[in-house]
Design a binder for this molecule. Structure first.
Ligand SMILES: CC(C)(COP(=O)(O)OP(=O)(O)OC[C@H]1O[C@@H](n2cnc3c(N)ncnc32)[C@H](O)[C@@H]1OP(=O)(O)O)[C@@H](O)C(=O)NCCC(=O)NCCS
Length: 194
């Protein structure tokens, strides 16, 4: 399936997108996006037409954790187009400084379709997941951001996240064929008080 936005963004800049959103709210694509937890049928769609096929097993495992209540997988769904963004939240994991099941939750695997970035979808997704965590009585959100990703760092800083520790960012995953890959992505751990 070829992915195309049904509402082609006319403005690339955030300010332009904001104006467009206010002038023609019913037509602006962002106003039609639904941010919701993942369902079974989303799993293959989350591969984004093959771009993330290598994470098939990672997604399947995360989905199983969601069914046990340990994780929440969120997707941004644009009706008529498909999935345009996602973020995963660990409510509990084996590193309590990241997620401890009651106070601290860990945000990861956050991405927006490249054609639609810089227009507010990432902000919308974060608003939804932070509100959900407040309702679950969590007090902190943690995340790791690559040291060479200053744009994402800016987004988090603007939202009140602060750098609290360096992270080596070394992790491994099995791809869709079961072959293991090691990723090394030095990062900053950031945290926000909800
Ligand atoms: C980070 C990301 C999810 C943000 O989503 P988004 O829809 O672009 O976010 P918004 O439009 O709400 O906010 C964009 C802001 O985030 C920052 N940003 C981060 N990456 C950006 C990108 N590739 N393009 C535009 N803005 C980006 C900018 O500071 C921008 O602020 P501004 O528009 O006010 O100047 C998205 O850019 C993305 O998928 N990037 C690649 C994957 C990634 O880096 N994920 C984060 C891992 S920690």
């Amino acid at each position: 399936m070829n992915w195309k936005p049904i509402f082609k963004p006319r403005e690339k800049t955030r300010q332009g997108a904001q104006q467009q959103r206010e002038k023609t709210p019913e037509a602006f694509w962002l106003n039609q996006v639904i941010v919701r937890p993942v369902i079974d049928a989303d799993l293959h769609r989350m591969e984004w037409d093959g771009e993330y096929a290598h994470f098939r097993r990672v997604y399947a495992e995360a989905y199983q954790r969601m069914q046990r209540g340990y994780t929440v997988l969120w997707v941004a769904d644009l009706p008529g187009t498909g999935l345009v963004g996602q973020v995963f939240i660990q409510l509990v994991c084996d590193r309590p400084e990241l997620a401890d099941g009651s106070e601290r939750a860990y945000l990861y695997s956050f991405r927006v379709r490249s054609q639609l970035r810089g227009q507010g979808l990432g902000t919308l997704i974060m608003d939804v997941v932070e509100d959900d965590l407040r309702q679950r009585a969590f007090q902190y959100v943690t995340l790791n951001v690559a040291r060479d990703n200053p744009r994402a760092q800016q987004l988090y800083l603007r939202r009140g996240y602060r750098v609290i520790a360096p992270e080596p960012g070394i992790w491994s995953y099995p791809d869709e064929n079961g072959i293991w890959h090691q990723v090394e992505e030095p990062a900053w751990r950031m945290e926000k008080v909800l």
